[in-house]
Design a protein around this ligand. Structure first.
Ligand code: ZN
Length: 339
């Protein structure tokens, strides 16, 4: 479907998350450019090929894939295009760090990863289930890319200028692309219409991803927006209103996490149960836990939570230095050092 002059929207099924993902094709005189290429599966490939043919293109025509971020359901299929047709793949430059850090998804459950999750306070059976689930997931090989994009860079595609906005938070290498003249934002998973993007803190992330995310939201909140083209669900118009809703959601979630804390240390697993309750899905419990931890590290950076990293578990408590801070706004803190 044509969503703006020279921009086609394709919707494909994916086996993870919201079950559908978006791929955008931008026409250009040198050949089409894709914003995201979808999950690396035969099903997505077939769907993409069929939808491209309806607008007169084939996968071999694609000159470049720009990945909004390094997650497999967005940039994963770029590997096949690159291998078969020499399509160039562009991602934010920090994706180089990620690729080096995790050669493939097997490396996530490394000794460091196992130690991280055991210190969260998971019961032994939950930890075993998580590890088993991870080992049953087919390995995903890392994809390579050709060019690292930088903050503020302007990409001219089809006669339109798109500014690269680095928006870490949901992932380290997340970018949005902004067409200032037409007020169009390709938002990837940074701003979604129906769900709030998952913000995780674990052994594999930057030190304070929630702070990254809030800062990244402020960046796009300032932009005049007529059309948002997200990575999932339908394109939508009221981008600024949606960003305000997401900001509000995170304030409430942070308050909910803070209110579970006392001066006696508790594990992240216990706090997650208080905030999110029980959930029958193992993956959802894991996501809830890593998001709770993101809140705890954010609050710790604000001086409102003490973290006692210990063996066998890490404990979180309300900071002994502060009282009566529940619900107050977090003071600004310096950006954490890059790791
Ligand atoms: Zn993602």
């Amino acid at each position: 479907m044509l969503v703006a002059d020279g921009i086609h929207w394709f919707r494909v099924k994916i086996p993870v998350g919201p079950k559908h993902g978006n791929i955008y094709l931008l026409e250009d005189s040198d050949g089409p450019v894709l914003i995201d290429a979808g999950f690396p599966s035969d099903e997505v490939w077939t769907e993409l090929t069929a939808q491209m043919s309806r607008v007169g293109y084939a996968p071999r025509d694609i000159v470049t894939v720009i990945g909004t971020h390094e997650h497999q359901d967005h940039a994963g299929a770029s590997a096949r295009l690159r291998e078969l047709f020499g399509t160039t793949v562009w991602l934010h430059e920090s994706a180089f760090l990620n690729t080096n850090r995790f050669a493939n998804n097997r490396d996530y459950w490394s000794p460091t990863g196992r130690q991280w999750w055991s210190r969260i306070g998971l019961p032994a059976d939950e930890l075993a289930l998580m590890e088993q689930d991870f080992n049953n997931t087919p390995p995903i090989e890392p994809f390579e890319y050709d060019r690292g994009l930088t903050e503020g860079e302007i990409l001219t595609i089809g006669g339109h200028d798109y500014q690269v906005i680095w928006t870490p938070g949901h992932s380290e290498a997340h970018i949005c692309l902004y067409d200032m003249r037409r007020r169009i934002l390709f938002s990837g998973d940074h701003v979604l219409p129906k769900i709030t993007p998952h913000i995780a803190r674990d052994h594999a992330t930057r030190p304070n991803p929630l702070q990254d995310y809030k800062r990244s939201l402020s960046k796009v909140a300032r932009l005049p927006l007529d059309l948002v083209l997200p990575g999932h669900y339908r394109p939508f118009k009221n981008g600024t209103g949606r960003i305000a809703e997401i900001q509000q959601h995170h304030e409430e979630r942070m308050r909910a996490v803070e209110q579970t804390l006392g001066h006696k240390g508790r594990t992240a697993w216990e706090i997650t149960w208080d905030v999110f309750g029980d959930n029958p899905s193992l993956v959802d419990r894991q996501l809830a836990c890593s998001e709770t931890i993101a809140n705890l590290y954010y609050l710790a950076a604000c001086g409102r939570v003490d973290i006692e990293e210990g063996d066998p578990v890490t404990l979180y408590s309300r900071s002994g230095k502060l009282t009566g801070y529940i619900g107050s706004r977090c003071p600004p803190v310096e950006a954490p050092a890059r790791t």
